[in-house]
Design a protein around this ligand. Structure first.
Ligand code: ZN
Ligand code: MN
Length: 483
């Protein structure tokens, strides 16, 4: 039911739980799961008389993120109370940050990769700091319970600017993947969508192209994966288009996504902002930043995914596909960087990583860092191939052994006697043997069937267990056959 009659607009609100030791305003551990209501105290339970203390690490994480997202920084940033009633909110309000230029970061942008290899700039409206709520759960014996272990966990909210730059489900997915990757590179969030530490709520609207205002928006919740985000947005687009085609009026509402049925269902009609009665939290001092701190944090930012991809392509000569594959996993990219610093040729290191190494890691369920192959060893193997000390075929055998034992490639080559035979004198005798054992092939070659050359090279390779230099063998054969 894809129609071109309407233009889609998608605003994206992301909530990312921050990687800190303790919660946002108390000393309770910030960890996922656990026996319900075992990581709580008077502060995160909102008991009368308790007072919040700001988590410095959380503030630094948000500052770092805001800078990575090219935001302006509020030199003075307040906390506000967002008041609403819900059983998972023990205080009756959420500590958050309100207003246009008060959030720690505001008016930023990121570049997202598009399918055709181009990039698109998506503007960011705000990056602010708040706290997570508890979790409602169905009890095994019936009824509902609430677990406050998550209440007060530091939460960063990142919202795209208005009107939305994101115009399709694919762009939404790309934005979220890029944002998640940036947070992983910064080390501020573990990005586990399935555990809810990286949550996304798109608001979706459709309007005729060129319309002055956007259509009625619907906010979608419970999207547990990137795939769900893309499916959910497409579903909403069709649902709204059909409703309009039937002459119905759309309502501004919040809808949930049913992952198994792949449909959305109504949850509630949306509250307006004024319903929250925002006001400054009297228990918390404003955050004050100075230029020196901001510049120190800016200087400490790691190389981000966009810059990394560009460097891999432009300075190291990798293809777009390979660069994307490496950058998609920070651990993988760090491994690659180390192997290249250790002297490994970038293209060869990349080829080994994205083929044999990736396959063996997959099969054995290991991570690169827990495997026995260090970046230095991989660089050494690549060096042996480049120096013509081993053939490509033998290198595979060496790699397999190295993966199993962790031995240095040079050691494996000398112990197993795998070094390449490039000496023409040594190979000439083997070539002569092969020619006299295959008179038919020799005849064919002489009668013009040059294709049998490959067969003869193969025979020499077999006799040398893959150690012969193929180019030298080739030259020797042609020489003998045309004598
Ligand atoms: Zn607590
Ligand atoms: Mn929020």
């Amino acid at each position: 039911m894809v129609s071109t009659e309407f233009e889609l607009s998608v605003g994206l609100e992301v909530h990312a739980e921050l990687l800190t030791l303790s919660k946002m305003f108390c000393g309770c551990p910030n960890e996922f799961g656990g026996e319900p209501n075992t990581r709580v105290c008077p502060v995160c339970l909102g008991l009368p008389g308790s007072l919040p203390v700001i988590n410095r690490q959380a503030v630094e994480h948000v500052l770092k993120t805001a800078l990575a997202l090219n935001c302006s920084i509020a030199m003075r940033s307040m906390f506000h109370r967002k008041n609403y009633f819900y059983p998972d909110l023990p205080k009756g309000y959420q500590i958050s940050q309100y207003e246009e230029t008060n959030p720690i970061g505001y008016r930023g942008w990121i570049e997202i990769p598009l399918a055709d290899g181009a990039t698109k700039t998506v503007r960011i409206r705000r990056v602010h700091l708040e706290e997570d709520t508890g979790k409602l759960m169905h009890l095994p014996g019936g009824g509902s319970g609430v677990d406050f272990n998550r209440a007060g966990v530091p939460l960063m909210e990142i919202v795209t600017d208005f009107p939305p730059d994101v115009k399709s489900a694919e762009e939404a997915r790309s934005y979220l993947q890029e944002l998640r990757l940036i947070l992983l590179y910064l080390g501020v969030c573990d990005g586990r969508m399935e555990q809810g530490s990286f949550r996304c709520e798109p608001n979706i609207s459709i309007a005729p192209p060129g319309a002055e205002t956007l259509g009625t928006k619907v906010e979608l919740k419970n999207l547990g994966s990137f795939k769900a985000v893309a499916l959910g947005i497409e579903y909403e687009r069709s649902r709204m288009e059909s409703a309009l085609a039937r002459g119905e009026t759309l309502h501004q509402e919040t809808r949930g996504w049913d992952e198994s049925a792949e449909i959305s269902y109504p949850m509630r009609r949306k509250e307006g902002e004024s319903d929250y009665r925002y006001f400054t939290d009297p228990d918390l001092p404003p955050l004050a930043f100075d230029e020196e701190t901001i510049e120190r944090v800016r200087a400490s930012l790691p190389e981000l995914p966009g810059e990394k991809r560009r460097r891999y392509r432009e300075s190291l000569g990798l293809g777009e596909y390979d660069a994307n594959l490496l950058v998609a996993d920070p651990e993988w990219a760090a491994y690659f960087d180390e192997a290249v610093s250790a002297g490994g040729d970038a293209k060869l290191v990349c080829n080994w990583m994205n083929s044999d190494f990736a396959r063996l890691l997959n099969e054995s369920g290991q991570r690169p860092r827990t495997s026995k192959v260090t970046p230095e060893r991989l660089a050494e193997l690549v060096g042996l191939i480049q120096a013509d000390q081993i053939t490509g075929k033998i290198a595979k055998e060496v790699f397999d052994t190295m993966f199993a034992t962790g031995d240095a490639p040079g050691k494996i080559v000398s112990e197993k006697g795998l070094s390449q035979i490039a000496d023409a004198g040594e190979l000439a005798a083997i070539v002569a043997d092969v020619l006299s054992a295959n008179p038919d092939a020799v005849e064919k070659y002489k009668s013009g069937k040059a294709g049998v050359l490959g067969f003869l090279v193969g025979q020499v390779m077999q006799k040398t267990r893959g150690r012969a230099n193929p180019q030298v063998v080739n030259n020797l054969l042609v020489e003998k056959l045309t004598e």
